[in-house]
Design a protein around this ligand. Structure first.
Ligand code: G6P
Ligand code: MN
Length: 455
């Protein structure tokens, strides 16, 4: 079976390949195609991916192409991880938001809006090609803002698109680590929207320990995803929050920390990746596989060790260039998708968190509202678990953001400035018509070459 990674020249493709080597045989995947429009970066990254495959000893054929039709033709699985406008655009998105006094975050709020309006049209084109050349393929959308982009693709009728985020599964791993137990012993349940979700249940040895955990500062301070929240907030909330809710529950702190640091996450990542690629570009990667992989791992760990450090005003964990670094043996970023594929192949059910249409799961939401939710995966695909009614404060927040998403999808469809302003006006991180208008003007101006004319 053929798996195509769109955006395969991205720096995360190497970790993706590593995860794939751990599960490709079980999942029946024999060919990996890396597709990217940046030929030079694709050449560098694919050499690293080849080293990872060679070292794994598995039978996985690697191909690269800049041609989207060739990449997609006959694919069984397609993963999309694109950044339209490249890394500098993340920085621009953040700066424009900050200039108008609101948080710039690539997945939520105005910067996420800007990323979405660039990403949706491009992914529509890929889906159209898939409809023609790989109609049976499942499409896993990793591109941020993942939930919003998945909503747009579903609305356009691409019903084999699944939105994926590694955050829920990652949180479960960190929780198991803090509890010093095997993650397989923990069963969690999530509901919400992507990067706006809550964990309703944590089952351990047949008992729901969620309430116990959220009320225990000793536990929450040991989990990266929870330690930035006020412990009183965690006690008062009925459920444990996804880490991105930090931008909502502690909005002014996040904003002040970013401003104080004089740096943004986008800027930091762009510099980190540029430094790495400059070194790799000069290196004969095939003759120096160890050195190349060590360089890659050093910059990858630096990026991961500083995750949310700026926003939460915390120290990055030190990464020493002298350490002998290893590629992780966990499935990480690609794991959610590979669990899904495994269930489709073997029929063995899996419980995973995905962005899929609500279909009656959360009360008060339309069947076709894409939500991020625990799903049971079988040979036939994903079915959300039944959540039912949810606390009003959560339902209201989700509704605001869902309305923002729907308006954004319509704004892109009609290239409408008015709809774009309406969308940002209702977003809880903007919540002002006048700011929304300034933001839309600036984003459309900054990206007029990519977006064309909006009326
Ligand atoms: C988490 C989120 C992803 C996001 C990534 C960004 O894994 O779930 O959606 O892309 O963090 O991290 P970065 O290192 O790029 O800030
Ligand atoms: Mn995510």
């Amino acid at each position: 079976m053929k798996l195509t990674l769109i955006g395969g020249g991205g720096v995360r493709a190497v970790l993706f390949t590593k995860s794939l080597t751990l599960k490709a045989e079980d999942a029946g995947i024999t060919k990996l195609v890396l597709h990217d429009t940046d030929e030079e970066q694709l050449a560098i990254i694919s050499k690293l991916c080849q080293i990872v495959i060679d070292r794994s000893g598995i039978n996985l054929q690697l191909e690269t192409t800049t041609d989207s039709r060739e990449a997609i033709k006959g694919a069984d699985y397609i993963v999309t991880t694109v950044r339209v406008g490249k890394e500098w655009s993340r920085y621009v998105d953040e700066q424009i938001a900050l200039k108008h006094g609101v948080i710039g975050q690539e997945t939520t709020g105005p910067a996420g809006f800007s990323m979405a309006i660039r990403t949706i049209p491009v992914l529509m084109e890929y889906c159209e090609i898939a409809k023609e050349l790989a109609p049976q393929a499942w499409i896993f959308n990793f591109s941020n803002p993942s939930g919003l982009v998945t909503q747009a693709l579903r609305n356009a009728g691409y019903d084999r698109v699944i939105g994926i985020c590694d955050s829920p599964s990652h949180t479960k791993l960190r929780m198991a680590e803090a509890l010093e137990i095997d993650p397989k012993e923990l069963e969690v349940e999530f509901f919400g929207l992507n990067h706006l979700s809550w964990m309703t249940k944590v089952i351990y040895q047949g008992k729901d320990i969620m309430s116990e955990l959220k009320n225990d500062p000793d536990f929450t301070s040991r989990v990266d995803e929870f330690k930035m929240f006020d412990t009183d907030l965690l006690k008062s909330l009925p459920f444990l929050p996804n880490e991105y809710l930090y931008y909502y529950y502690h909005r002014e702190k996040a904003f002040a920390n970013i401003v104080k640091s004089g740096m943004t996450r986008g800027q930091m990542i762009a510099e980190n990746n540029k430094e790495m690629l400059d070194i790799l570009r000069k290196m004969d990667i095939e003759s120096n596989p160890d050195e190349a992989i060590q360089t890659y791992l050093y910059y990858t760990q630096k990026r991961e060790a500083s995750y949310m450090a700026i926003e939460t005003n915390s120290e990055s964990k030190p990464v020493l260039p002298t350490d002998k670094l290893e590629l992780p043996n966990s499935l990480g970023y690609a794991g959610v998708m590979l669990d899904f594929v495994e269930s489709l192949q073997t029929g063995e059910t899996n419980n995973i968190v995905l962005s899929v249409p609500n279909e009656g799961s959360i009360e008060g939401f339309a069947d076709n509202d894409v939500v991020e939710i625990s799903c049971i995966i079988t040979k036939d695909g994903a079915k959300p678990v039944q959540i039912g009614s949810v606390p009003e404060e959560m339902s209201l927040l989700m509704k605001n953001v869902k309305l923002f998403e729907r308006l954004t999808v319509e704004a892109v469809k009609h290239k409408s400035r008015d709809l774009a302003i309406q969308a940002l006006t209702v977003h809880p991180l903007v919540n002002s018509y006048s700011i929304a208008k300034l933001l839309v003007d600036d984003y459309l101006e900054a990206y007029k070459d990519i977006l064309g004319d909006w009326k």
